[in-house]
Design a protein around this ligand. Structure first.
Ligand SMILES: Nc1ncnc2c1ncn2[C@@H]1O[C@H](COP(=O)(O)OP(=O)(O)OP(=O)(O)O)[C@@H](O)[C@H]1O
Ligand SMILES: [Mg+2]
Length: 551
């Protein structure tokens, strides 16, 4: 697999894991929040309903108490008693000590004349016959008026009861200033934006309001004047969602309206939402981060495993090539060596004969001598190949002696020094002092180093440098020998083949192509490994690793 395949795989792992973890998390978060907000909103509406109904009960109780106070008064006293000013004052004082709700008290005869009055104003003698409330109370017996300004030019409302006594009717009438009633309604205001007020059936404000208009004016809110029973709803008002609760009071004459800003009521829910979002973001980031890290770790492990497998595969291939070649080589070398020995012996014999015979003057003497020299030379060459093949094929069991690598390298360099000097190639060494020993075969190791350095010298040709370095790697469990040259390097496509038997780029007759194959097989037998790095044009580096051995 190539790098981009691995990153594709990593991408897939990340996307799949994220889908499987984030989508359920997201769905769970949304559904919990939705469920919670629905029940929370229901709860707010319910609270509002309870509040408006409680207020209604309180207000209605206030009205019924006032009415029953007046009724009791009217039915426990006669018209003649109450029309006496001093008596009425006394009765009014008693009522006032119990409750300040009444501002004044008046007795009105059936003609509409106020025959007695107790209170802070001068209202005695006024005639109410033409007032709307007068007719209403006469016909209904009990009457609570809307708020009005009246003679006093002050907002108030009137409670009046009629008593029929003998053949005539008379009215006991009391005034209630709106501020007492206003305070009762205002108690239902909630929060900074909340409002509470009362409208009559003509949609006229019967109390002051906080934000929704002046007393006796039109309220700035939807029209609830026709409301029946209790209602709670969310209404878009002035471009703003607003909660309104409405309920009828005062015997269905008025409507109590409570207004609430849902945002204010929902603040804890919104705060909860921010916390949920924060938790979600934090959770999602941890999941994303974890997924990326795990995916990276997984692909890194995969890459490593693939690489190890590839190395193992290639070394298996190499080993099997070696094994096959070994058998073949031993057979061939053996078969070819005998005829070669005969050819060589016969060529020597012909040479000896030529020296003995007087053929020096023969016309073809030189040619015969040349031919013999050539036979000799090529037999030598063939022997060199068979010799190497034999060594390879026999797979001599290596010795297991303590080997000092630095020393072995120095000895090997000794063999090549002349050649290197001749070609103006500098062999530099950089050894790690006190390098641990390895249990190995020094002669076979010499063969290894010789092959590698030989190749390096061949690759450089003339004028260059070969660097040989020793050191420890893998937690000191391996000795590393690095041999690099300043030669032309090995092109990538050839790099895989240089350890193959008979692979050579050298001219026919100059290289057998067995040097590195033998090197590979020796190192394998010695329990080490060899790697190569090269970029065309930048020299080549061979690295040989051998296991260390405790001294
Ligand atoms: N240091 C190097 N720089 C460049 N090419 C190299 C180097 N070492 C090896 N090679 C290449 O690897 C090939 C195989 O090397 P190997 O030692 O097996 O055979 P050879 O050198 O061609 O023959 P022989 O070892 O029998 O003389 C060489 O022909 C050469 O092309
Ligand atoms: Mg070679």
């Amino acid at each position: 697999m190539e790098e981009k395949d691995y990153s594709k795989l990593r991408g897939k792992i990340i996307v799949t894991t994220l889908c499987f973890s984030l989508i359920p998390l997201f769905a769970l978060g949304i559904s919990i929040y939705h469920q919670f907000s629905v029940s929370y909103t229901d709860r707010i509406m319910e609270d509002l309903r309870t509040m408006v109904e409680n207020r209604r009960s309180a207000i209605d109780l206030f009205f019924s108490e006032r009415v029953s106070q007046l009724t009791t008064l009217a039915y426990t006293h006669s018209f003649d008693q109450l029309k006496q000013e001093g008596y009425l004052d006394k009765v009014f004082d008693i009522i006032q000590t119990r409750s300040k709700a009444f501002v004044d008290l008046g007795v009105i005869d059936q003609e509409g004349n106020q025959v007695a009055y107790s209170g802070p104003y001068k209202l005695k003698g006024l005639n109410y016959k033409k007032e709307a409330w007068f007719a209403a109370v006469m016909s209904r017996g009990v009457y609570i008026s809307d708020v009005f300004m009246g003679f006093r030019k002050f907002p108030h409302f009137v409670i009046a009861v009629v008593r029929r006594e003998g053949g005539q009717s008379w009215i006991l009438r009391a005034t209630i200033d709106t501020y007492i009633f206003d305070a009762m309604v205002r108690a239902a205001q909630v929060g900074k934006e909340g409002d509470a007020f009362v409208v009559n059936r003509q949609d006229i404000l019967q109390t002051g309001s906080r934000f929704s208009g002046e007393l006796l004016g039109k309220p700035d809110c939807p029209d609830f004047s026709a409301s029946v029973g209790t209602s709670v709803e969310e209404i878009e008002w002035n471009g703003h969602k607003t909660l309104f609760a409405a309920t009828t009071i005062n015997n269905n004459k008025w409507v109590l309206v409570i207004k609430e800003d849902p945002e204010e009521a929902l603040t804890p829910l919104l705060r909860g939402r921010y916390i949920a979002i924060l938790i979600f973001i934090a959770g999602a980031s941890i999941i994303v981060l974890g997924t990326i890290l795990i995916a990276r770790a997984m692909t890194a492990r995969l890459i490593q495993a693939d690489r190890e497998k590839a190395t193992l595969d290639s070394s298996l291939v190499q080993s099997s090539k070696m094994a096959a070649l070994g058998k073949l080589a031993a057979g061939i070398a053996h078969e070819v060596n005998n005829p070669l020995a005969v050819i060589k012996e016969k060529a020597g014999w012909i040479k000896d004969l030529l020296e003995e015979e007087d053929v020096a003057n023969s016309e073809n003497y030189r040619e015969i001598e040349d031919a013999i020299a050539k036979i000799d030379q090529h037999v030598e060459r063939a022997k060199k190949v068979t010799h190497r093949l034999l060594g390879f094929g026999r797979r001599m069991e290596p010795l297991r002696e303590m080997v000092d690598i630095n020393k072995t390298l120095d000895e090997t360099i000794g063999f090549l020094e002349n050649e290197a000097r001749y070609r103006n190639i500098d062999i530099r060494t950089d050894y790690l002092e006190n390098l641990p020993v390895t249990r190995s075969d020094s002669t076979q190791l010499q063969q290894v180093f010789l092959n590698i350095i030989d190749n390096a010298i061949d690759a450089i040709g003339k004028n260059g440098e070969v660097k040989i370095k020793t050191g420890l790697v893998s937690n000191n469990s391996e000795i590393a020998i690095t041999i690099s040259d300043s030669g032309p390097g090995i092109p990538g496509e050839m790099l895989d083949r240089i350890f193959d038997p008979f692979f050579s780029t050298k001219k026919v007759g100059e290289g057998t192509g067995l040097g590195l194959a033998i090197t590979y097989s020796i190192i394998e037998k010695l329990g080490g490994r060899i790697t190569v790095e090269s970029e065309g044009g930048h020299g080549t580096t061979f690295m040989v690793y051998l296991p260390t051995q405790e001294r």
